[in-house]
Design a protein around this ligand. Structure first.
Ligand code: ADP
Length: 484
């Protein structure tokens, strides 16, 4: 699939440190999850290269922060235009290493690029404050400055967007970055880095360190333990987030963590059912269920339960599974064998405890799983507590509004939640009652660069996107001018 790139020089397999492409002593395979074929071999770097990248970033910091926000914004805006210009090639690279359908991959490139555009503009709005004084001989004010060298550790499910929404605000604020992309999907990250180079990013300001699973652990440790790295932003599992948080404790590092989801999706008796079904499909089956904001648990009020599951099962039966490069495919493969095994485990556990399979229910072949709907699901089942991260919609039944909210909140996670209702009073009660960082009301798609994305409870710390997104990368400094 990568032979057809319009610009083959976007296919980079070396890491980027201090503006130089670095091969290192060994390489690791990157495979196509649809076929299992090895696409290419990428530089397998480790602790010493991570150190070198941190040193390079720190050396590049003074000149980068000294630029005006407008100057940094101009480089970011050039990067944005290059990402959009090369969206077709980037989408091909993304589908090849990640598996999502090509149209969805292209959507991610445009979405990922939009964070670069947004923060190129927002960098100019890192306003300070003057504070009315209580002492006539003094004046008090607050300025905001870049936090310093930032590290970003990112997952495979959005190989571009999870990088840009960390890196763009950091760069716009005046911070250099070291990126450690997921070992499954380094090629999109490296292609984006190549375009950043073409946009005129100075050497050392944007570094990408690649490594396989084992090396990622070693690189992560260096990034966490370095006193030079002032901020670490991570998107991935809650389990790894905890490890990184613990490793970052000795250096009191600032942290942005975007962790596990387990999103509830509620449908009330007064909902527009067709719209709810459409929203459930958009939220649940995007990226074959592999996003942290995918609906993981569907709760449907008793009065519309049967009608809802019938409509849902019919639509889900029409989804097309296959290689993401094939026209019309809406469901690609899962990322790896472990992902498939988890989905199989959740389905077997649910059916073993009494759930019914309305559609799908099993693996087609390799890493392809049928889009699945389960009914009569209860809170004793594994899929009630854990993120399935696959194309399985377990549908629970609830009676009252209070019960629905309580069931939705019965999780240690709190990233996204969704609900469908046409009652204005209920809309406010439920929106305020759900324990989550984001709520989709009568929609299954909520992500966009202009709003704050992030979770409560064990779904993480901090917000990405929106005007809030840049706050993570600046420190407030209070100035007190006396003896007037
Ligand atoms: P997922 O479940 O989405 O694969 P992970 O949390 O395992 O999420 O991985 C997300 C990112 O964290 C990847 O870039 C991966 O290489 C990295 N990672 C995984 N384990 C560690 C670790 N112990 N230390 C540092 N980085 C890690």
């Amino acid at each position: 699939p990568l032979a057809q790139l319009r610009d083959p020089s976007l296919l980079k397999t070396d890491a980027l440190i201090n503006g130089e492409w670095v091969g290192g002593a060994s390489r690791f395979d990157v495979a196509d999850p649809a076929t299992g074929d090895v696409l290419t071999h990428v530089a397998n770097l480790g602790a010493s290269e991570a150190d070198a990248a941190i040193t390079a970033a720190n050396a590049a910091w003074p000149a980068w922060r000294a630029k005006t926000a407008k100057e940094r914004g101009a480089i970011l805006m050039r990067w944005y235009h290059l990402l959009v210009q090369h969206a077709d090639d980037l989408a091909r690279i993304l589908t090849a290493e990640q598996g999502k359908p090509l149209a969805e991959a292209r959507g991610e490139i445009v979405y990922g690029a939009s964070f670069v555009e947004w923060f190129a503009e927002q960098g100019k709005r890192v306003y300070g404050e003057t504070v009315p004084t209580t002492d006539p001989t003094k004046r008090t004010m607050v300025i905001r400055q870049p936090v310093g060298v930032c590290a970003a550790i990112t997952p495979w499910n959005f190989p571009l967007a999870m990088i840009t929404r960390k890196v763009a605000p950091a760069l716009a604020a005046g911070c250099p970055v070291v990126i450690k992309p997921a070992e499954q999907t380094p090629l999109t990250a490296l292609a984006a880095a190549e375009l950043a180079q073409r946009a005129g990013m100075p050497a050392g300001v944007l570094n990408v360190i690649t490594g396989d699973g084992d090396h990622s652990v070693a690189i992560g440790q260096v990034l966490c333990e370095s006193p030079v790295v002032r901020h670490l932003s991570f998107t991935g599992s809650t389990e790894v987030g905890r490890i990184l948080m613990a490793q970052s404790a000795p250096t009191i590092k600032k942290l942005s963590l975007e962790l596990g989801g387990n999103a509830p999706f509620l449908v009330f008796d007064d909902a527009d059912l067709d719209s709810a079904v459409e929203g459930a499909i958009a939220s649940k089956y995007r990226n074959a269920g592999q996003t942290c904001v995918c609906a993981n648990r569907l709760y449907v009020q008793a009065g519309v339960y049967d009608a809802f599951i019938a409509k849902l099962a019919e639509k889900v039966g029409g989804l097309k599974v296959g290689n993401g490069f094939e026209a019309g495919v809406t469901q690609g493969p899962l990322i790896d064998d472990a992902a498939i095994a988890k989905v199989e485990q959740h389905v077997a556990d649910a059916t073993g405890k009494g759930a019914k399979v309305l559609v799908g229910g099993s693996r087609l072949h390799d890493r392809f799983f049928q889009p699945t709907v389960l009914s009569e699901v209860t809170s004793e089942m594994l899929c009630a507590r854990e993120e399935t991260f696959g194309p399985v919609a377990p549908v629970f039944r609830f009676q009252t509004e209070a019960e629905g909210i309580a069931m939705a909140n019965a999780t240690e996670f709190g990233l996204a939640a969704y609900f469908y209702s046409r009652d204005i009073g209920r809309i406010y009660r439920v929106a305020e009652g759900l324990e989550s960082g984001m709520v989709g009301i009568n929609t299954g798609l909520i992500s966009t660069a202009e709003v704050p994305f992030g979770g409560v409870k064990q779904s993480g710390l901090g917000r990405e996107g929106g005007h809030q997104g840049i706050d993570e990368y600046v420190e407030s400094k209070y100035l007190c001018l006396g003896d007037l």
